[in-house]
Design a protein around this ligand. Structure first.
Ligand SMILES: Cc1cc2nc3c(=O)[nH]c(=O)nc-3n(C[C@H](O)[C@H](O)[C@H](O)COP(=O)(O)O)c2cc1C
Length: 107
């Protein structure tokens, strides 16, 4: 389990009108992100591209959540869940995440 520190336990609120989008490869390395993803994650684009998605993992997230996410995607099904993500500065933001396997791909 990858532990990112420090954490502030200060929430960075997510606006209603945003769509935080990222794509990964089959290993979970980030291959695409949009402007909203950048704003909430708080990293520079070059710090994110190609990095493992656990770069924004919050240590409060139980490992079981991600085990379930990966098992679901590998079975070819979409996964939904509430995820607490860590910003670069240690603050956090909550997302109602939907992850889907790319049609035709086996993650
Ligand atoms: C499409 C996709 C999106 C993901 N989004 C997140 C995310 O927003 N936050 C997160 O912590 N992990 C996310 N993950 C899971 C990470 O790949 C990783 O499994 C998780 O951060 C736990 O990492 P660890 O086992 O190294 O601690 C995502 C994975 C995929 C495939």
């Amino acid at each position: 389990m990858h532990i990112n520190q420090p954490v502030t336990q200060r929430e960075y609120p997510v606006r209603d009108d945003c769509a935080i989008i990222s794509h990964t490869d089959e290993k979970g390395r980030i291959t695409y992100f949009n402007e909203d993803f950048l704003e909430y994650a708080g990293f520079a684009p070059e710090e994110l591209m190609g990095q493992p998605h656990n770069i924004i993992r919050h240590p409060d997230m139980p490992p079981e959540a991600f085990r379930d996410l990966w098992a679901t995607l590998k079975a070819g099904r979409p996964w939904q869940g509430l995820v607490k993500n860590r910003r670069k500065d240690g603050d956090h933001y909550w997302v109602k995440a939907t992850a889907t396997p790319k049609p035709g791909a086996v993650i």
